[in-house]
Write a protein that binds this ligand. Sequence first.
Ligand SMILES: *[C@@H]1O[C@H](CO)[C@@H](O)[C@H](O)[C@H]1NC(C)=O
Ligand SMILES: *[C@@H]1O[C@H](CO)[C@@H](O)[C@H](O)[C@H]1NC(C)=O
Ligand SMILES: *[C@@H]1O[C@H](CO)[C@@H](O)[C@H](O)[C@H]1NC(C)=O
Ligand SMILES: *[C@@H]1O[C@H](CO)[C@@H](O)[C@H](O)[C@H]1NC(C)=O
Ligand SMILES: *[C@@H]1O[C@H](CO)[C@@H](O)[C@H](O)[C@H]1NC(C)=O
Ligand SMILES: *[C@@H]1O[C@H](CO)[C@@H](O)[C@H](O)[C@H]1NC(C)=O
Ligand SMILES: *[C@@H]1O[C@H](CO)[C@@H](O)[C@H](O)[C@H]1NC(C)=O
Ligand SMILES: *[C@@H]1O[C@H](CO)[C@@H](O)[C@H](O)[C@H]1NC(C)=O
Ligand SMILES: *[C@@H]1O[C@H](CO)[C@@H](O)[C@H](O)[C@H]1NC(C)=O
Ligand SMILES: *[C@@H]1O[C@H](CO)[C@@H](O)[C@H](O)[C@H]1NC(C)=O
Ligand SMILES: *[C@@H]1O[C@H](CO)[C@@H](O)[C@H](O)[C@H]1NC(C)=O
Ligand SMILES: *[C@@H]1O[C@H](CO)[C@@H](O)[C@H](O)[C@H]1NC(C)=O
Length: 700
Amino acid sequence: MASKVTGRQATLLRVLVLSGTFFLAAGERVKNKIYDEIQGDMACFKRFNGTHEIGCTSKFFGNTGVLHVIEEKADFDWVYEHGPHQPYVLAFTPLFLTEAVLERATDSGKVSGVVVVVPEDFDPETQLLDGFSGETECPDAYLGLYNASSNPDYAGYCRKKPWNPNGTSMLYTSWEFPIFLITNQTSVNNIQNCFEKFNKPVNGMPRDWPLCSLELKSNMYGTTNSEVCMRRASIGPLSTDNFCDPLYDYNIWGTLKPMNMSEEIPEKSVIIVAARMDAATMFDNISPGANSAVSGIITLMSAAAAIFKHKEEIINVSNKNILFILFQGETWGYIGSSRVVWDMEQGQFPYKVKDDVKDQIAQINLTHIDYFIELEQVGQPEDINKLYIHTDPISNANPELKNETDNLLNILDEASNLVNETKFVRVRKDVPLPPSSIQSFLKHVNISGVVITDHEGEFKNPYYESFLDNYRNVKYEADNETSDADLYHKHINNVASVLATAIYKLATNTHKKITADPELTNELLFCYMKNMTCNLVQEYGGEMAKHLEPKPAKLYVSVESGERYRSYVTMYLMAGLLGDEVERNQSDCKIESIYNMNHFYYFSHLHNGTCVQTTVRMTEAMSPAFLIDDYDWKSGEYSTWTESGWKLTKVMIFLRPSVLEEVAVVCGGVVSLVLSVIVVHFMNSRADLLFGLSTPPAAC
Ligand SMILES: *[C@@H]1O[C@H](CO)[C@@H](O)[C@H](O)[C@H]1NC(C)=O
Ligand SMILES: *[C@@H]1O[C@H](CO)[C@@H](O)[C@H](O)[C@H]1NC(C)=O
Ligand SMILES: *[C@@H]1O[C@H](CO)[C@@H](O)[C@H](O)[C@H]1NC(C)=O
Ligand SMILES: *[C@@H]1O[C@H](CO)[C@@H](O)[C@H](O)[C@H]1NC(C)=O
Ligand SMILES: *[C@@H]1O[C@H](CO)[C@@H](O)[C@H](O)[C@H]1NC(C)=O
Ligand SMILES: *[C@@H]1O[C@H](CO)[C@@H](O)[C@H](O)[C@H]1NC(C)=O
Ligand SMILES: *[C@@H]1O[C@H](CO)[C@@H](O)[C@H](O)[C@H]1NC(C)=O
Ligand SMILES: *[C@@H]1O[C@H](CO)[C@@H](O)[C@H](O)[C@H]1NC(C)=O
Ligand SMILES: *[C@@H]1O[C@H](CO)[C@@H](O)[C@H](O)[C@H]1NC(C)=O
Ligand SMILES: *[C@@H]1O[C@H](CO)[C@@H](O)[C@H](O)[C@H]1NC(C)=O
Ligand SMILES: *[C@@H]1O[C@H](CO)[C@@H](O)[C@H](O)[C@H]1NC(C)=O
Ligand SMILES: *[C@@H]1O[C@H](CO)[C@@H](O)[C@H](O)[C@H]1NC(C)=O
């Protein structure tokens, strides 16, 4: 007979199951044990370089622990010395996020995870937070210009006088438990309330089960170092998720005038104006980089827009060109800039010569570079009108080069006098360059260049490469993109004006005061610092703008398959600022060829739709280490950073009964299941007798 469940039997089953559940979990406990998901998108994750592994991972099924909220230092002692319910998941505000705290948590052996909660009213300034920067005290020094074998005189400089004294190296440490950042206020309150209700010790005495617990899931696939991890990835396509991937994004650049391959580009005719595009933190999905990146990005964009308004004048009198470029991945050992230098040396910047493309973009190489002007952190000057200019003592030991650099310095001085708002102060000539992209170039070629910053010695930014390097850190106050009350945008606009004025003089050899557009500067700042769904991004960003959230820009470099809407949007913004409007309707306004110097059209939503022809492009920013056959992973020549793959990151909060109770529940469940099966089987076979009904027809 077919083992089909009849209506009668189903009713029987339901009764059994219901009663079983009832006697197992007596009423309200069922509700308590329900898991609740809280914000889990900002996990600390793993990265690798040629020799090391950094960051965090959870166990495969996640790490669980009893929640303990730390309100003051003594609460740590309570957990380590008295807390009986280990393992614990500690929750605290960024005040306690220090190396010492995390190390002690590791050493105690009682901690299975950490959540860093940021209450809405959290203000690092009033809470006397020690400056903390995830970076080391000497960012990027290991891949910079001043290494012990090539430049011993300057190699030790940073160790004696750190650029980043607030550096904790937290970003570069491998932690044994998962760490999450939680900023959603619903989640922050959930954690606080659950702790108060169930876990908070009463007069120092621990509470009894059930206890509020957290489960942190952030299992990383990668292990050991980039070499091991990449080798694994290339052997077996076990799954679609890689063990690890090279850090990857695109450098974004554009020139004042198109570069025509049929016309010789004169030596020393390209003025490079550069800034870095990326920033990083320990956590996924948050990397505001307000001073470390945004201040430079916006100054560069604003200056580029101002210069572009004088394009014809410059082209008419000068054979110089200006290359504006935003480097990606500079945080991780100068990925973007070292790639551009490598491409230039290979004769493939911006692209290799194609056989079948007409009017290709000309290649530029290192001999074409005239001057190099770089904007690093420029947003936190002590005196709102004062910035510093750094030069490299090694290349400038050459008198000819020094002559050129002096010329550049004089021009910058003159420009700042002309704009008369921002003064430039020269840093002593025997001080090496702070961390900067130009170091990638100077490793290979002697060019004259300057790095403009807001600091003379140590960084003014106490939160370099941490999630607190946000608009508050630079005191950008504007609530909307049209507010002109804000002092910060005036400062950035002044720097852009000085820069544009100096570039004009470098290109044309004539003085002319050029003023950047403060409204544009403010709008750009608002977008990147506060809200990437701002009007400007909507207008210029095209389809890509739709994917952005009303949040500060996420500036982490990511991996090839990672999210990079902010890079596309930045390219389109640059295209709009460095482009000529042409008469084309929307369907004809598209990229016909990136290789052809004049066939990049881009449709913006400005004025109900405008077609723009532009020189702006993207080129790959992945470290040359991954392109060189048999690259020596330990050599320290190029960046070898990779990022681990993972499936998901997640945080759950739940009420956990005592271990005894859990065991009892499981045993009870098993017993009841076995009993039900037996009873059902028995009843089923005796149904006729029990219920006095006839067997259903065989056809049923
Ligand atoms: C990898 O990173 C560690 C920690 O920052 C550093 O000490 C080491 O020099 C790096 N190795 C390479 C090959 O870059
Ligand atoms: C950062 O470091 C400097 C130098 O050690 C120190 O004076 C300053 O107070 C630190 N900043 C913060 C916010 O702690
Ligand atoms: C130091 O720099 C030189 C020149 O850039 C390079 O050849 C050498 O490999 C570097 N040494 C180390 C230890 O990084
Ligand atoms: C915070 O989390 C809650 C619940 O998970 C969600 O409804 C809310 O939209 C989140 N708030 C923000 C600002 O993301
Ligand atoms: C590139 O230069 C060549 C030689 O001067 C000229 O014939 C050609 O028209 C130029 N192409 C464009 C697109 O300007
Ligand atoms: C540039 O030169 C062209 C032709 O030589 C001339 O028509 C144009 O007015 C000039 N533009 C400026 C801004 O000087
Ligand atoms: C740079 O390009 C020029 C042509 O524009 C070429 O003559 C020169 O050999 C190149 N230099 C290098 C180092 O590739
Ligand atoms: C330095 O530049 C000036 C003009 O800018 C020139 O007259 C002088 O000869 C140069 N000196 C050297 C050593 O190149
Ligand atoms: C620059 O500004 C100061 C004060 O704002 C003023 O006294 C001075 O005359 C100005 N200089 C020039 C060259 O405009
Ligand atoms: C923008 O902000 C300024 C100052 O905060 C305020 O006066 C103005 O009304 C705001 N504009 C809009 C459109 O909200
Ligand atoms: C972001 O900007 C858009 C456009 O100005 C606005 O509609 C939205 O409310 C803003 N969102 C936030 C969270 O500021
Ligand atoms: C945009 O289009 C709307 C309606 O199609 C029209 O009313 C408006 O004048 C246009 N604006 C511009 C700047 O062309």
